[in-house]
Design a protein around this ligand. Structure first.
Ligand SMILES: [Zn+2]
Length: 286
């Protein structure tokens, strides 16, 4: 038995066929097209990978439970595209479309670093910050399917301008692109490399970044009380050296820190495959 999932990213669409444990059997990648050609590409990718009767798709942005992409800030022309209904009608199979970060969280929960957890927060630190929340053994999707937009949690009232049009969102301070802002123009990789080489400016940027990451994780823990927090995304490759600083700041930012068990902080296990694997497994598990 195998399952197909396609993760639509800002630059590429990543399709996988996996077995029931999430092991990748086949994978393909195509450049992300203009939104008007997205459904055609997804249909073709499904046929290329097929052998199954269902398809999971992850798309960045606000996705309705029916699979309509309401808005996708990083994809040109993506406004009210009926990805789910259109694919169901063309392919005649069960198709589920979900926010990409939610799907990546689902992948880490089912087949990665949060496997087996009843309560988990999965955080993706990339260009922005995405995530997913598992409580009581259920992935939380909210009343409209829009739950888990943790990057737009405001951590600084009237703070830095965010791409969402509001100010002070967590992703302005703790994402990969926030490192550029905190460092005054260096990329995340450059900042981490310079900090490792002993550059004191870079080290202070990394310390500040770790504080901002920790502040958000502590708020999420105060709200969700997870047993594990998984941190993934592009920043993570250089992240292991920062995890200790994050853990220390996290401890002091947590409510009633001395009187409670702390969640385990883990780096993600599936890397850039988390989204596509999550998409594939989503329908396999009903
Ligand atoms: Zn925002």
């Amino acid at each position: 038995m195998s399952f197909v999932g396609i993760d639509v990213g800002g630059t590429k669409c990543h399709g996988v066929r996996v077995d029931e444990h999430g092991l990748v059997l086949e994978e393909i990648r195509y450049p992300t097209p203009h939104a008007s050609e997205l459904v055609d590409l997804l249909e073709a990718m499904f046929h290329e990978l097929s052998g199954t009767q269902s398809l999971g798709v992850g798309v960045p942005g606000l996705i309705t439970p029916d699979g309509i992409v309401r808005a996708s800030p990083n994809m040109k022309g993506a406004h009210n595209i009926a990805v789910g209904p259109e694919l169901r009608s063309r392919l005649g199979i069960n198709v589920h479309v979900e926010n990409d970060a939610t799907m990546a969280a689902f992948g880490e929960w089912q087949a990665g670093a949060a496997r087996g957890a009843m309560n988990a927060v999965i955080v993706t630190l990339g260009t922005g910050i995405g995530g997913g929340i598992v409580m009581g053994g259920q992935l939380q999707r909210g009343a409209n399917g829009f739950a888990g937009e943790i990057g737009h949690m405001v951590v600084q009232h009237d703070g830095e301008q965010c791409v969402c049009g509001r100010r002070g969102c967590w992703e302005r301070y703790a994402s990969g692109s926030a490192l550029r802002f905190l460092s005054g123009g260096m990329s995340g990789e450059e900042v981490f490399a310079a900090a490792d080489a002993g550059d004191s400016h870079a080290q202070s940027v990394v310390a500040k970044f770790a504080d901002w990451v920790a502040v958000g994780l502590a708020s999420l823990t105060n709200i969700c009380d997870p047993e594990v927090i998984v941190i993934g995304g592009g920043v993570v490759q250089s992240f292991s050296s920062v995890l200790d600083s994050v853990a220390k700041s996290f401890s002091s930012a947590l409510y009633s820190s001395d009187s409670r068990p702390h969640p385990a902080l883990r780096t993600a296990a599936l890397g850039e495959r988390a989204g596509a694997i999550g998409c594939a497994l989503f329908l396999s598990l009903g």
